[in-house]
Design a protein around this ligand. Structure first.
Ligand code: ADP
Ligand code: GLC
Length: 485
């Protein structure tokens, strides 16, 4: 089967979060199963820098009409990697910049135009480079592909037998724009109704994708249920309930080629469940990088790596910060994002030098060092569609403390010391008390060396590779293609 992926992020070309890891890892796994897979991405400045030599052209010029002007896009041939063909949509005035979505703390005001053009360019390019059986589109940035396919392009014989699958990686980001967007992207006005793209008088990209895609998926079983409720549905819960029969939860895998402490090139030493000694060197290396040398071995290190966004539960961390500072722990945090959380972490580190340390930036090598060098990994998310860091933590023998939501609930099992079963610590309600209680359970378990080592090994033995989810996607593609056959 030929599957076209369209997304705004993909490792190793462009990344702000887990979407990039998924779009980077699933296509090669599908290629291993014998499928033809092409991935389309915008040609951001960072992507341009990553390709060797002059960009090779796959399609010279595609005209994308808007309401009173045209833009022109080219398709850059990104070549074949691990059996997957990469194509980049080149439109310098829209994509040739360092940020993917906006300057610090904001969104580019013309994101409607950037990702509107992206959607249409992918369809036009596919007509020349190969129309797939299925377009697999990701998040709001690619969600207009199914909408164009079933409206503007519905009579196009080259395209109308292609099925569509939309994966929701995060329902909190939907792409809301003014009503006039309908006209500016040349959609017929009849898509701007409440049963289609209109939502509270805005033009909603994600809602369009939810309405027009053949099959919807999201990235864990629990999140698939949660988004059908008002608490997690981000005001799209009724749309999602209406499509419940076509909505599947497929838990993400992780790419152990990049996330394995036995081979990870970012680490000071390597280790495995059979031989954990290297982890001590990784911890020392991490503490050195964060300026926390001389920490006694008996003090656990709590690590965090995250986008600093409300989704991630840092307001709870803020509430327990004074209590945590009194406990025998050290805290290391790596992240960037909303100014209020950056300020919180900076202040916390300032007042507790030698105990709390933070690096406000995006740094892949350091992210690996935190996973390896910490004893405990904290993810108290308000919601978490899947979450990859807790899965990386399991592999790195770093015990996760998580809120029981979305993929965190699907992947982490509470430690039971009597039966020596379980992989981490979980709390239910979104409250500082519940988080503190879970952290305290972890701190109470830490001094029991033998028990803790068992807990680490339980996590390290869990396998979340892409083999199983790739098979589940394969079944979904077959279903989507069958609906159009
Ligand atoms: P989300 O996609 O919501 O941000 P995930 O847990 O799915 O959450 O994925 C986050 C990914 O981004 C992980 O690969 C993580 O290592 C990476 N990441 C997040 N923040 C940083 C950072 N400051 N530096 C390096 N990597 C980061
Ligand atoms: C989103 C979610 C995260 C998920 C990732 C990859 O960014 O916030 O939970 O792991 O997408 O699917």
């Amino acid at each position: 089967m030929h599957i076209v992926f369209a997304a705004s992020e993909c490792v190793p070309f462009a990344k702000t979060g887990g979407l990039a890891d998924v779009v980077g890892a699933l296509p090669p796994e599908l290629a291993k199963l014998g499928h033809k897979v092409s991935v389309y991405l915008p040609f951001y400045a960072g992507v341009r820098r990553r390709i060797a030599g002059e960009p090779r052209c796959a399609v010279r010029s595609i005209t994308i009409p808007f309401d009173y002007y045209n833009r022109f896009a080219a398709i850059v041939d990104g070549g074949l990697r691990d059996g997957v063909q990469y194509y980049f949509v080149d439109c310098p005035e829209l994509f040739d910049r360092d940020e993917l979505y906006g300057l610090k703390g904001g969104e580019f005001p013309n994101n409607w135009e950037r990702f509107g053009l992206f959607a249409r360019a992918v369809l036009e390019a596919a007509k020349q480079l190969g129309v797939p059986e299925v377009f697999h589109v990701h998040d709001w940035q690619a969600a207009l592909i199914p909408v164009y396919l079933r409206t503007t392009y519905s009579a196009d014989p080259a395209l109308n037998r292609a099925g569509t699958v939309l994966t929701i990686h995060n329902a909190g980001y939907q792409g809301w724009f003014p009503p006039q967007t309908t006209q500016r992207l040349l959609f017929p006005w009849d898509v701007f109704t409440m049963d289609k793209l209109e939502q509270f008088d805005t033009f909603n990209f994600l809602k369009g994708g939810l309405v027009y895609s053949d099959i919807l998926t999201t990235v864990s079983r629990r999140y698939a249920l949660e988004i059908q409720t008002p608490e997690f549905g981000e005001k799209l819960d009724s749309v999602l309930r209406a499509r419940a029969a076509d909505l599947r939860g497929i838990l993400n895998g992780v790419d152990y080629a990049h996330w394995d402490p036995a081979t990870d090139p970012s680490l000071a030493a390597h280790y495995s469940p059979e031989n954990l000694t290297g982890k001590t060197a990784c911890r020392a290396d991490l503490l050195r990088v964060f300026g926390l040398e001389n920490l006694p071995d008996t003090t656990p290190v709590v690590g965090m790596v995250s986008r600093f966004a409300a989704q991630k539960g840092f307001d709870l961390v803020e509430q327990i910060a004074p209590i945590l500072a009194e406990r025998d722990v050290a805290v290391v945090a790596l992240g960037s994002g909303e100014p209020r959380y950056e300020k919180f972490f900076r202040d916390w580190a300032y007042w507790h030098k030698g105990k709390v340390a933070v690096q406000i930036r995006y740094d892949e090598v350091l992210a690996h060092k935190v996973e390896a060098g910490s004893d405990i990994f904290l993810m108290p998310s308000r919601y978490e569609p899947c979450g990859l860091n807790q899965i990386y933590s399991l592999k790195y023998g770093t015990v996760p403390v998580v809120r029981a939501t979305g993929g965190l609930d699907d992947t982490i099992e509470e430690w039971n010391p009597a039966q020596t079963s379980g992989t981490g610590f979980k709390f239910e309600g979104y409250s500082a008390d519940a988080l503190m209680a879970a952290v305290d359970r972890a701190l109470a378990a830490f001094p029991d060396k033998q028990g803790w080592r068992q807990l680490m090994r339980n996590g390290m033995a869990r396998h979340y590779g892409w083999e199983k989810p790739a098979k589940e996607y394969e079944a979904v593609y077959a279903e989507a293609a069958a609906r159009r056959a």
